[in-house]
Ligand binder design. Structure first.
Ligand SMILES: CC(C)(COP(=O)(O)OP(=O)(O)OC[C@H]1O[C@@H](n2cnc3c(N)ncnc32)[C@H](O)[C@@H]1OP(=O)(O)O)[C@@H](O)C(=O)NCCC(=O)NCCS
Length: 358
């Protein structure tokens, strides 16, 4: 059976740092309150030179370099985002304009669950045999839609991008199971009004109208604690694994209390849960691929490692998947790449293992 291995990965965050001390000067809040309720200490926010396109492109270039392929070799680009630079054209086409190539390109909207939804979609294109190489990006610049006078939301969000390259392999690598869910009735608990075709009708209002993110924090909190544990458990079970087999849980980074509740529910020790919400806040669709890049850079992922992704977000939506890390069986030379020769089991197609891989 064909699988979709993750062969490249990359992340990008803006240089500009917004600390809790900065926020103390902007709204009535305190470092103690923010850290105690969320675990967040600072976040990266876009500046004048940054955009959803610039972050997504930077992360994608790193992912392509890591995979050792060019954009010309891609069959498809999927961008999970709820903050595209514009609606016409898609964010995926704007990224392709920077990267080059003529792969199919489209966006996928599932808010903070967007990366896992996009990973599931991209994997399907490979598993079905239709495509061999897919770029999946999770990117958001939600701080463009945050009201920095609203202390209940402005403390939570940061910006960033993460990308992965998926490539076909006959070895059991990449996504082993997928759980996607949504409760559309909960759309009113987390949304950006007026950011779309449904705009306020008042002509006087419109020029000054700025769509700000609206959130019912307590509702979202209760929902998140419930679905994070349930979805992760379902993904593990569907993959035919148990939590004893899991090397790393990479949860959506929204709030440390939500992550801790999920880890307790799954009976996972803290050192098997990747946490970086303290440094980036909630980067929406980018949070899981950014965490993935950091976990890999820290040497926490090895060939054959079992990793679980779990996310929740606006929709309300949720998504989870068990992933087997590594590139075993992925073609790495020309003869093998065009499908005329199969790589030896456990190798990269040239008979050699990639540097830095077990
Ligand atoms: C937003 C969140 C941190 C608020 O924490 P909470 O424990 O639910 O806090 P509450 O909303 O009950 O507010 C408690 C008090 O703190 C106050 N408060 C809210 N924001 C504050 C801030 N930034 N600084 C200081 N006080 C604040 C509230 O006004 C309230 O005051 P009151 O008791 O006098 O009315 C929490 O609900 C949360 O994380 N929800 C999930 C949000 C999320 O993840 N969204 C993205 C999903 S992808």
């Amino acid at each position: 059976m064909r699988h979709a291995a993750i062969t490249g990965w990359g992340m990008a965050v803006p240089d500009r740092v917004l600390t809790n001390a900065d926020l103390e000067r902007m709204v009535e809040t305190s470092d103690e309150w923010i850290v105690g309720r969320t675990g967040i200490k600072e976040r990266r926010i876009v500046g004048p030179g940054d955009s959803t396109t610039s972050l997504a492109t930077a992360a994608s270039r790193l992912a392509l370099d890591r995979a050792g392929i060019t954009a010309d070799e891609l069959d498809l680009i999927i961008v999970g985002t709820c903050t595209p630079d514009q609606f016409l054209v898609s964010q995926a086409c704007l990224v392709q304009a920077e990267l080059g190539g003529n792969a199919g390109a489209f966006d996928l909207g599932a808010a903070c669950s967007g990366f896992v939804y996009a990973l599931a979609t991209g994997s399907q294109f490979i598993q079905s045999g239709l495509y061999r190489r897919v770029l999946v990006v999770g990117v958001d610049t939600l701080t463009r839609f945050v009201d920095y006078a609203d202390r209940t939301t402005c403390i939570l969000f940061g910006d960033g991008a993460g990308a992965v390259v998926l490539e076909a392999t006959d070895e059991q690598r990449g996504l082993l199971s997928t759980v996607l869910g949504a409760d559309g009735a909960g759309h009113k608990h987390l949304y950006i009004p007026g950011w779309g075709a449904l705009v306020p009708e008042s002509a006087e209002l419109f020029p000054e109208y700025r769509p700000y993110l609206q959130m019912n924090g307590q509702e979202v909190f209760r929902f998140a604690v419930r679905v994070m544990g349930d979805a992760a458990a379902e993904a593990v079970e569907k993959a035919g694994l148990t939590f004893a087999d899991i090397d790393m849980l990479i949860p959506h980074q929204a709030n440390l209390r939500i992550i801790d509740a999920a880890a307790r529910r799954l009976d996972l020790p803290r050192d098997k849960v990747w946490v970086n919400v303290d440094r980036y806040g909630n980067t929406s669709a980018a949070s899981i691929p950014i965490a993935l890049c950091e976990a890999e850079a820290a040497g926490r992922l090895h060939e054959g490692a079992n990793v679980v992704f779990v996310a929740f977000g606006g929709g309300l939506s949720w998504a989870a998947g068990a992933v087997r890390w590594g590139t075993a069986g992925v073609c790495r030379d020309a003869a093998c790449r065009d499908g005329s020769r199969k790589p030896e089991a456990g190798t990269t197609g040239t008979g050699e293992r990639e540097p830095g891989r077990l």
